[in-house]
Design a protein around this ligand. Structure first.
Ligand code: NIG
Ligand code: FE
Length: 405
């Protein structure tokens, strides 16, 4: 397929997300730049005009009367490349076995590592592409993808190469993250594995990753180990990200501010001081409500408090074998219904701020002249419908770089 020159007309609401070019905070998150009865023109895969009653005569016109037009979702946190599945863990979770206990018994991440190590690059490509197809159908037009189910030099490199290959062979725009520090391999000492990451893995990430992430958590990587890895990653041009304070507050949010991370993700247990440090240093907080949802946890990240402290907030799926959803619409619904974000805040978090969290906001995340034509037409008369009419795919048309899907 090719990009088509296109005019979209009469959208009941066209959400431009026009605004500051930096991650949006507090009141800024509420401003969706709505144009009622909006039109948008696309030429050569780019947005050439946005407004009302545009004078433009392209080959194709789409009437969006009664519909919502908005930027494609950006999913800033996925572990999309993995083999196998873990549906049997639900029975354990229902019996009350905690996530970290499943991991200690050799399940969880370790189970997926075993399957992923055995899978060939082609098998991983096929399985991951299917997930990217589902993501695209549900409106995600750009995403991040992390390694982390290899946990040795050979297999982490295999995953980085699969991610690279996906970048060129799927319409989804994919930004690659190296997460060698996702767990300490079984039978290995944590500090020894950190040495392997520093000296054998990081040097091989050249040209294959843009970010370096660490699962900083009690019983996984300590704050000091995390700092070492992220500082070393910077020497290879990798921008830091952190899985921070998901289960226990270990100071991940503070560390994110100290190392200049682009984002700190999860943040269920972060201290107020840590969140304040993030706000001062413009670290985006990526909240992942799918994770506590599928783990049946009572607690979600305190989104109202995080926004109130001035941290820019983004939303992501965390797509992985523990929390398997490709659907950012569900994440927006959970953000509103379980974290009390307003529909406008959640939409900003799933588009522009999510683009900021993976460094692609110069190209995507808002509908403005000169930006890439990544947008959606949804069967919603207003943006409030998106979290209101839940559990179905509201996306009717996906346009990626001017191509209609
Ligand atoms: O972000 N917390 C660590 N990593 C993933 C889960 C990975 C897994 O369970 O396979 C997360 O939740
Ligand atoms: Fe994650």
């Amino acid at each position: 397929m090719e990009s088509v020159d296109l005019l979209i007309t009469h959208a009941s609401e066209l959400l431009t997300l026009k605004g500051p070019k930096k991650p949006r905070i507090r009141e800024q998150m509420k401003n969706l730049g709505i144009i009622k009865n909006g039109s948008l023109a696309i030429k050569d895969g780019q947005i050439v005009d946005v407004g009302r009653n545009l004078r433009y005569k392209p080959e194709t016109t789409l009437d969006a009367a009664g519909k919502l037009v908005m930027p494609g979702f950006v999913d800033p946190h996925t572990h999309v490349v993995f083999a196998g599945s873990r549906e049997f863990e639900l029975d354990l979770k229902l019996a009350g076995v905690p996530y970290m206990e499943i991991l200690r018994r050799g399940g969880g991440i370790f189970y997926t590592v075993e399957k992923t190590r055995k899978a060939s690059p082609t098998q991983l490509l096929v399985q991951s592409k299917k997930r990217l197809d589902t993501m695209l159908r549900h409106g995600t037009t750009s995403c991040e993808a992390k390694t982390g189910y290899g946990l040795d030099v050979e297999n982490e490199l295999k995953l980085l190469k699969v991610q690279k290959k996906l970048q060129g062979s799927h319409p989804m725009e994919l930004v690659s993250t190296f997460l060698g520090a996702h767990a300490i391999p079984e039978q290995m000492d944590g500090d020894d594995y950190v040495q392997t990451i520093l000296h054998e893995m990081l040097p091989k990430t050249k040209g294959l990753a843009r970010f370096c992430d660490v699962f900083c958590e009690k019983g996984v990587f300590t704050v000091e180990q995390t700092r070492k890895i992220l500082e070393a990653g910077k020497q290879y041009g990798l921008v830091p990200k952190i899985h921070a304070d998901e289960i226990v507050n270990t100071g991940g949010a503070t560390l994110a501010a100290e190392v200049g991370a682009i984002s700190a993700d999860h943040l269920l247990r972060s201290s107020e001081a840590g969140l304040q440090a993030m706000a001062r240093n413009h670290v985006t907080g990526v909240l992942l409500p799918g994770t506590p949802f599928c783990m049946m946890m009572q607690r979600y990240a305190p989104a109202r408090k995080i926004i109130g402290l001035g941290v820019p907030v983004a939303l992501g799926t965390d797509l992985n074998p523990n929390c398997w959803t490709e659907n950012m619409q569900l994440i927006i619904q959970l953000a509103c219904l379980n974290m009390k974000m307003t529909p406008a805040e959640a939409i900003t978090a799933a588009t522009f701020n999510a683009a900021c969290a993976i460094g692609v906001n110069n190209r995507v995340g808002s509908l403005e002249k000169g930006k890439q034509a990544d947008l959606l037409i949804l069967d919603c008369p207003s943006h409030q419908f998106l979290p209101y009419h839940f559990g179905v795919n509201l996306v009717e048309t996906v346009i990626k770089k001017g191509e209609i899907f």
